[in-house]
Design a protein around this ligand. Structure first.
Ligand code: HEC
Length: 335
């Protein structure tokens, strides 16, 4: 379940006994888990902070294992001139009943584990995918320290707005994380998201893949806790950016520019105002477009809309047609 209020995102999930969603080993029989997440991002500032964790119990041969984990992260979105985004997370976990020591036959005491990850990530394919390089440190609480590097790719499935995929190649580091024969080990994930409500008309814009990739791969210090997946960041999603999309600004478009620009104004309110503010006044994730005319002529604005630099999403050829782009560019020139 997720709740988004302007720049605050609160998510919680509860998984009942045997709720094994995908037939894999995420949730063992009898596992009960409560997962939560709290994230904060200012729409005009490319940094997101968050905490997430889980609390749960699973029956094991010698009683019940109560486990918990908590993690904190900071993410800086990718910026100008190809500066990649950066992500850091630290997680600690507690395993209340780690089982029986194979060597001595004794019941082992509760253990604590720790893990940290650092990642650099860069949007590719015009924000439709995110490539990341990550370094992990892990202390499993049983005296094994490990570290490794992974290359991963999170992507929106083309033409299916709410379908997402994730692929990870673990490139090793120390031996604990390397595949047999020294080659990479692979992981994959596929998930679907559905909006609870249509936040604004900008929901039609393709939301760039955000921190889903690095977050989904946050180290799970406690091996019995399910992955904290599908934690999509709200920081650069147009749907989550506030801003008055009602285009209630009083300015009337100059008659000379009327034809295209009037239509462009409507398109602007629906597709751009969430980030650039009503009437181009700024205040969202994008810069103010007041006086844009002095920087770019109509053709240059149209060229930019057709081929923007991330994090601005590519809205052409869908939802904006060639004519729409020209009309909205004409409107921008009136600001
Ligand atoms: C998800 C938020 C978002 C949406 C939606 C969005 N933009 Fe942008 N836009 C940005 C960001 C961020 C930048 C700055 C990118 C940069 O300079 O690297 C930008 C930059 C621009 C620029 C260039 C400004 C300059 O520096 O000259 C123009 C023009 C522009 N946007 C127009 C539009 C128009 C028109 C629309 C709607 C069709 C639109 N944007 C939709 C986020 C957005």
């Amino acid at each position: 379940m997720a709740y988004v209020h302007k720049a605050l995102d609160v998510e919680a999930g509860y998984f009942l006994t045997g709720e094994d969603l995908n037939g894999l080993t995420d949730f063992g029989p009898g596992d009960k888990t409560f997962q939560w997440k709290l994230a904060y991002a200012r729409p005009d500032f490319p940094v997101e902070f968050g905490v997430f964790g889980s609390n749960g119990s699973i029956p094991v041969s010698i009683g019940t294992d109560n486990y918990s984990s908590v993690a904190g992260y900071v993410q800086v979105d990718p910026g100008h001139y190809g500066r990649p985004g950066a992500f850091a997370v630290y997680q600690s976990g507690r395993d209340g009943n780690p089982g029986i020591d194979g060597a001595s036959g004794n019941v082992m005491p509760a253990t604590s584990s720790r893990g940290a990850s650092f990642a650099l990530f860069e949007p590719i394919f015009r924000g439709g995918a995110m490539l990341a390089l990550r370094h992990d440190f892990n202390d499993n609480g049983f005296g094994t320290l490990s570290n490794g590097n992974a290359l991963n790719l999170g992507f929106n499935v083309p033409h299916f707005q709410y379908a997402h995929g994730y692929l990870e190649a673990n490139l090793g580091g120390n031996s604990a994380l390397t595949g047999a024969g020294g080659g990479p080990t692979w992981k994959g994930m596929f998930w679907l998201t559905l909006p609870i409500k249509n936040v604004t008309t900008t929901a039609a814009a393709p939301a760039p893949v955000t921190s889903a990739a690095p977050l989904a791969s946050a180290p799970r210090a406690n091996s019995s806790s399910p992955p904290n997946s599908a934690n999509a960041s709200a920081s650069v999603s147009p749907a989550a950016a506030p801003g008055n999309t009602s285009a209630s600004e009083p300015k009337t478009v100059a008659a000379a520019a009327a034809g295209g620009a009037a239509h462009g104004k409507t398109l602007y309110a629906a597709n751009c105002a969430a980030c650039h503010g009503a009437g181009g006044a700024g205040g969202g994730a994008g810069p103010s477009l007041k006086g844009e005319k002095s920087k770019k002529d109509q053709a240059a604005v149209a060229a930019w809309i057709k081929n923007p630099a991330p994090p601005m999403p590519k809205l052409y050829p869908s939802p904006l047609s060639e004519k729409d782009v020209s009309d909205v560019a004409a409107y921008i020139e009136t600001l």
